[in-house]
Write a protein that binds this ligand. Structure first.
Ligand SMILES: Nc1ncnc2c1ncn2[C@@H]1O[C@H](COP(=O)(O)OP(=O)(O)O)[C@@H](O)[C@H]1O
Ligand SMILES: [Mg+2]
Length: 336
């Protein structure tokens, strides 16, 4: 289906070859498999991220996002392929390599009996900070995550969203050049999320390289300029958000049907005059046509004649959610 949609194949690489100095993260043909699993969770993934990029890593549950970040952070070793961060391999300089990356893990790692401030002090000391420098980084992190007065309260009294914000703050303490955030805003209220996005954007402007994983498409669409989409361990699309969406604009009609009707509808419509191609993914049927507005009445009439009723319809430019659905055939679901 990827080729059908004309998106960048993962094996084509990025549109422009990055010079080594511009490339913060270089993931080259990586394969990773968990013990006793038949299929690799990361399947020949190649991804280059330029310095200062704010990359959105998208994918449904189980796509391999957390696994890819674990590989990048050297918490897990690949079966094959190579990973470089700022030109450095973990195997050559394990300590220096780890200093390059700050991870905001999907699973919370906090001490519930300690206050927010105490948690930050512990994590800051673990990353080698002390004295005035530690204090300054803690102030920055508290401000960044909007913890402020809550920082003096014990973590066990925090809401889920507040814990996430503290989790984020701890990763910011050492000031690494690369930040990796795994679903960092799950359960965070929209206002705080917005503030965190603004702060991340500022870090990106200042030259930090950020990978932001989410299954909230609207969030990625608002925050990120570059997108990579993972599905079943494979990178199925990558590029700028603009380029990705541009592939989906133009002469298209998208019809949403009941899932059990989608394939029959695709069959009915494939012979229609002016319809160049039909793809069905999940409940979405996408037509490429010469003139969508002119062809629409006949398309709807053909469906009606086959007793098929679309429950949704759009013509022309598509948003990331539609692009995602077409690519993966999967609706995004909330994490359990
Ligand atoms: N510790 C593990 N042991 C075995 N399989 C795992 C483990 N963690 C993840 N997986 C499998 O690897 C795949 C990718 O999972 P994950 O990276 O967590 O996806 P995502 O973060 O995109 O939801 C899934 O099929 C998942 O079941
Ligand atoms: Mg995950």
């Amino acid at each position: 289906m990827t080729a059908d949609l004309g998106l960048t194949s993962p094996h084509d690489g990025p549109a422009r070859v990055l010079a080594a100095s511009e490339c913060a993260i270089d993931i080259d043909d990586v394969v990773a498999r968990y013990p006793r699993m038949d299929h690799p969770s990361i399947d020949h993934v190649t991804l280059k991220v330029r310095t200062g990029a704010l990359l959105g890593l998208l994918g449904p549950n189980g796509a391999g996002k957390t696994t890819l970040l674990s590989l990048l952070c050297a918490l897990m070793r690949p079966q094959s392929g190579a990973i470089r961060v700022q030109g450095m391999r973990f195997d050559d300089h394990p300590e220096a390599y780890k200093d390059l990356i700050g991870l905001v893990p999907q699973a919370l790692a906090l001490y519930p009996r300690l206050t927010g401030t105490e948690n930050l002090a512990v994590f800051g000391q673990m990353s080698g900070l002390s004295g005035r420098q530690l204090r300054a980084r803690m102030d920055f992190a508290i401000d960044f995550a909007g913890l402020n007065e809550m920082a003096q309260r014990r973590v066990e009294t925090y809401s889920g969203g507040l814990r996430r914000r503290l989790n984020l703050a701890t990763a910011l303490l050492p000031d690494p050049p690369v930040l990796v955030l795994d679903e960092p805003t799950v359960g965070i209220d929209p206002q705080s999320r917005h503030a965190i996005h603004e702060n991340l954007r500022q870090l990106s402007v200042e030259g930090k390289t950020i990978i932001y994983t989410s299954h909230y498409l609207d969030e990625i669409e608002q925050l990120c300029d570059d997108i990579a989409i993972l599905d079943r361990g494979r990178l199925i699309a990558q590029g700028s958000l603009g380029a990705l969406l541009a592939r989906f604009t133009g002469n298209r009609i998208d019809l949403r049907l009941e899932p059990q009707d989608a394939h029959r509808a695709a069959g009915v419509l494939s012979g229609e005059p002016g319809v160049q191609s039909v793809t069905a993914a999940g409940s979405l049927v996408t037509l490429a046509t010469d003139d969508p507005h002119r062809r629409l009445p006949a398309v709807l009439a053909a469906l009606e004649a086959a007793q098929l009723r679309p429950v949704g319809l759009s013509v022309g430019p598509r948003d990331l959610e539609q692009a995602f659905l077409s690519l993966t055939g999967t609706e995004l679901r909330d994490e359990p």
